[in-house]
Design a protein around this ligand. Structure first.
Ligand code: COA
Length: 131
């Protein structure tokens, strides 16, 4: 059985302004939330660091997201390098018309962040005491 991250980083309901020409939620809006959810998780490694996104990989849109769905972003850190860290983000929704409130997986992605200094140059993710 596939294991998905279960730590909730973000939860939201998307609005008609977030839709594409088909009337479903625009993929770019989902990506924006994925980016935020991943950094919420990664910054727990070292809250004193500022992180920038360097790559979004393996983005898969399995199912559409509809206006009004309760959208949850679950995350886990899957790799910590010297100056970078990668988070897996899985997006699940509860449909408004589903009386059972079952969560359906709609999107997944892996996002890599780099810790940077005030000059935006890479610096170690972890404090010396953590390494
Ligand atoms: C992130 C940034 C500071 C990295 O600078 P850089 O000179 O390429 O840094 P380095 O080559 O030393 O790589 C730094 C780390 O990033 C990782 N990295 C670089 N490119 C990567 C990529 N495409 N995918 C995954 N990891 C990558 C490296 O492996 C390294 O990790 P490690 O230290 O854990 O081994 C720079 O590319 C940047 O500022 N990008 C723009 C970031 C941004 O503005 N994001 C917001 C979206 S617009």
């Amino acid at each position: 059985m596939t294991e998905y991250p279960r730590e909730l980083a973000l939860r939201t309901i998307l609005l008609p302004r977030d839709t594409n020409a088909q009337g479903t939620v625009f993929g770019g809006v989902i990506l924006s939330h994925i980016d935020l959810a991943g950094v919420v998780q990664v910054r727990k490694l070292n809250p004193a660091r500022r992180f920038v996104t360097v790559a979004m990989d393996e983005v898969i849109f399995h199912e559409p997201v509809f206006v009004g769905d309760l959208v949850s972003f679950y995350t886990q850190v899957v790799h910590v390098g010297r100056t970078s860290a990668k988070a897996q983000v899985c997006v699940f929704v509860q449909r408004t018309d589903d009386a059972d409130g079952e969560e359906v997986r709609v999107t997944e992605a892996e996002v890599t962040y780099v810790a940077v200094d005030e000059n935006r140059r890479p610096i170690p993710v972890l404090r010396a005491s953590q390494r």
